[in-house]
Design a protein around this ligand. Structure first.
Ligand code: SF4
Length: 769
């Protein structure tokens, strides 16, 4: 079928062009008759086909081939959009070339409740919101104002389209998979590529098939599917793979419930997560007034939205989950892959030093704030009320995912019933999920030990409240609600009665109520861009401490990697939350100089004593004194000393924030040498002109000592080549010298980014002048 004229299917909707996609698939299938997985269909149908690029299905090597793709949409939230838009501005284009939206969700600090918190946010962050709003108008971007909702929920309610491909500057973008849209989290620099109309590159992912059989029973929910999977695969087990669900169980789940699973696929480090088309997708699309999308999807259901028969033999790995025997899970603390089936949690706790009394229960976030979720909480509140218990035992916070869900739950009386039980309904923003929580009930600065339970997705150290002693556990909203009545972590609602009441009572598992009778739309919080923004201006005050226009990084210079000092040898988990913490630092996300003061300030230094007071500290190789990491980095930079960082396993896991890559580059870093990297962070480092390298023998990590100096051999122009290792020469403080091989994942095109100083420098040479 001719790509330009094909029109057997419905016309382009929401940026998604089924005719083009199916024509690309048809052309690929002419080369190979092998059946395609759903993941392959959705990705390969977005390949750029322009006469310069030829794609052959037989030659696409998963894990190696670089796909050049054309996403249908891009989404950014306020904590990443500032930097993404600052980069887009410096690319010099008049308007985005791919539909893009910006969502104001991360900056709102949760404290008192929706109205007061939004008032505080619009006043405290006025400068940033003005920048995002005016830049969005000028460059043709849809802008969702504060209070609109959380990026992934708003996308799900408005833009998710079965078969589409969306990239977002947030690691939970896979959430869209609950409606059959492939969502992939990227760094801001990747988003800028796509906004500029440049090909978006992705290494062809492997495909992990998850076969769902049976039907969920009792207290088990979709949250438990992903919590169990996290236990099986660990936080890095999905790396380089898309998790593709199949089997009869997929047809029994609601669309928002599937979105919960896809959302949390970020917690296993996967590229994305996808479900085949199902009747519940159809129901959800119609329920959210998108009948035309639902009808279009039905027309391409077999050809595009389901895996080909026989394609299951082409999965790289298959995991079976029987929903009928799945138990509720509670994962944590400090990592989402520490999975505990609820029947085992009590005995596990008895061996641990975790606080048993809960300090907070929290429901919501983009992961679990659907109508179905909130209705289940309400059902438990009603049961408790009927048994004579009118209040939760612990403070209960609720963050609705969007204005639409908030207005619907309000109209249906759900929020009032939860408020009566003691819940504080916060604004439709990220809030405590991401550290935007002005927490007063525990001594955060004094690192007061406490436990919290939430229906969020992530529970890394300090994630919610910057307190490294907060033990955070994630589970389903109904289990959180049951625990809010118990007040204890060693509780099992499947068998334990709620104690401390006149008549102890057993809660019954709530029943799924997938959709409301009617979705309310709530307030209109969307700003549509004008068709021509060329006469509009975007100003950035040079004296601002929140926003700073970017200066290009210097191109690579010969000798950059000679005699590098080690800024810090990080030990253990080092997520992007450790490299560039969130919470109070959000306000500096548009100001590279200021936010760089948070670099690695919660990371653990392998060369210093294991003392919480020394987190984020390192020894200055010039003075021998111990100081916070960013200050030492600035001192090295001021003195013209090159430096690198040594990382452990899965360095940079977690969110997609590119600040974690921009900061070491801005402060003069050359290379990060780790046992392994998380996918998005590794790409982000390359985009900012840094060298991410991995030990060929991971035991070499242990050989590196405080005070060693490192030179890299084979990284100069003409020397560094794809698939060719680099030599690390280590000069010890004691005069010893040893060498080891390091690997890299640069492909030929990415080497140009390194030489230009950054991908953006390289883009400019392609798009301007
Ligand atoms: Fe916001 Fe938390 Fe969702 Fe991230 S995971 S978008 S911080 S609610």
């Amino acid at each position: 079928r001719d790509l330009a004229t094909a029109s057997a299917y419905p016309p382009k909707i929401l940026g998604v062009d089924y005719n083009r996609q199916i024509a690309v698939l048809d052309s690929l299938k002419q080369q190979s008759k092998r059946p395609l997985t759903l993941t392959e269909k959705l990705l390969y149908s977005h390949l750029i086909v322009d006469g310069q690029r030829e794609w052959n299905l037989e030659k696409i090597d998963r894990g190696r081939t670089i796909l050049e793709l054309q996403p249908d949409r891009i989404a950014c939230h306020d904590a990443t959009a500032t930097m993404a838009l600052l980069q887009f501005i410096s690319a010099g284009l008049p308007r985005v070339r791919t539909p893009t939206t910006v969502h104001s969700d991360h900056l709102v600090i949760s404290e008192k409740g929706a109205i007061e918190d939004l008032e505080r946010a619009t006043s405290e962050h006025a400068e940033v919101y003005d920048f995002l709003s005016s830049a969005s108008r000028k460059y043709g971007i849809g802008f969702w104002k504060p209070g609109s909702g959380i990026i992934h929920t708003v996308i799900f309610e408005n833009y998710a389209m079965p078969g589409g491909l969306i990239i977002g500057t947030d690691s939970h973008t896979p959430n869209a998979g609950g409606l059959g849209m492939l969502g992939i989290g990227v760094g801001g620099a990747d988003a800028v590529d796509a906004m500029s109309g440049m090909p978006w590159e992705l290494v062809a992912p492997r495909v992990i098939g998850v076969n769902l059989t049976g039907q969920l029973q009792g207290w088990a929910s979709t949250k438990d599917i992903i919590c169990k999977l996290a236990g099986v695969l660990t936080v890095s087990g999905g790396k380089g793979s898309v998790v593709e669900f199949f089997g009869p169980g997929t047809q029994t789940l609601g669309a928002t419930a599937m979105a919960t699973i896809c959302n949390m696929s970020a917690e296993i480090g996967s590229t994305s997560c996808i479900f085949p088309h199902s009747p519940s997708m159809d129901r959800y699309l119609k329920g959210t007034k998108r009948d035309y999308v639902a009808q279009s999807a039905i027309q391409v259901r077999n050809v595009l939205l389901t895996a080909d028969e026989g394609s299951h033999n082409y999965y790289d790995r298959v995991i079976d989950i029987n929903l009928s025997t799945l138990e509720p899970h509670i994962n944590g603390p400090f990592t989402p892959d520490l999975a505990h089936p609820i029947s085992q949690l009590k005995s596990t706790i008895s061996d641990k030093d975790w606080p048993v009394e809960l300090s907070h229960a929290m429901v919501g976030s983009c992961t679990n704030s659907s109508y179905e979720d909130l209705d289940k909480c309400r059902q438990l509140v009603r049961q408790a009320h009927a048994a004579g218990t009118t209040k939760f035992k612990v403070p209960f916070l609720l963050t609705p995912g969007s204005e639409q869900i908030q207005a619907t739950a309000e109209a249906d009386g759900i929020l009032d019933e939860l408020r009566d039980a003691g819940a504080v309904v916060l604004s439709s923003s990220c809030g405590p999920c991401v550290g935007s929580w002005d927490r007063k009930d525990v001594d955060v600065k004094g690192h007061e030990k406490n436990s919290v339970i939430s229906s969020f997705n992530r529970n890394f150290i300090g994630r919610h409240d910057s307190n490294p002693a907060t033990h955070s556990f994630v589970t389903s909203p109904e289990i959180v609600t049951a625990f809010a009545y118990s007040g204890r972590l060693d509780f099992n609602p499947t068998m334990d009665k709620i104690a401390g009441t006149d008549i102890p009572f057993l809660l019954e598992p709530p029943i799924n109520q997938e959709l409301p009778r009617h979705f309310e739309t709530g307030l209109d919080t969307f700003q549509e861009p004008p068709t021509d923004g060329s006469s509009l201006t975007v100003s950035v005050d040079p004296k601002s401490d929140r926003l700073q226009l970017l200066n290009p990084f210097k191109p690579w210079q010969r000798g950059n990697a000679d005699g590098m000092e080690i800024l810090i040898k990080v030990s253990g988990k080092c997520t992007t939350d450790h490299i560039s913490p969130a919470g109070p630092w959000y306000k500096y996300r548009g100001h590279l100089e200021n936010i760089s003061n948070n670099m690695l300030t919660t990371a653990s230094n392998a060369s210093l004593p294991n003392d919480p007071q020394l987190l984020g500290h390192t020894r200055n190789p010039l003075t021998g004194k111990v100081n916070v990491v960013p200050e030492v980095a600035r001192d090295l930079q001021k003195n013209g000393v090159r430096w690198c960082i040594i990382g452990d396993n899965n360095y940079g896991e977690g969110s997609s924030r590119e600040h974690a890559a921009l900061e070491p580059r801005y402060l003069g870093g050359t290379a990060i040498i780790a046992r392994s990297f998380a996918r998005i962070h590794e790409t982000n480092l390359k985009k900012q002109g840094m060298l991410p390298l991995t030990f060929n023998d991971s035991a070499d990590y242990d050989r590196i000592c405080d005070g060693d100096r490192i030179s890299l051999i084979g990284v100069e122009e003409g020397e560094l080549q794809p698939d060719k290792s680099v030599v690390m020469k280590v000069q010890g403080k004691n005069g010893s010298v040893w060498e080891a091989d390091l690997n890299h994942s640069f492909h030929q095109g990415q080497l140009a980014w390194l030489r230009a100083g950054s991908a953006l420098n390289f883009i400019k040479t392609k798009t301007v002048g």
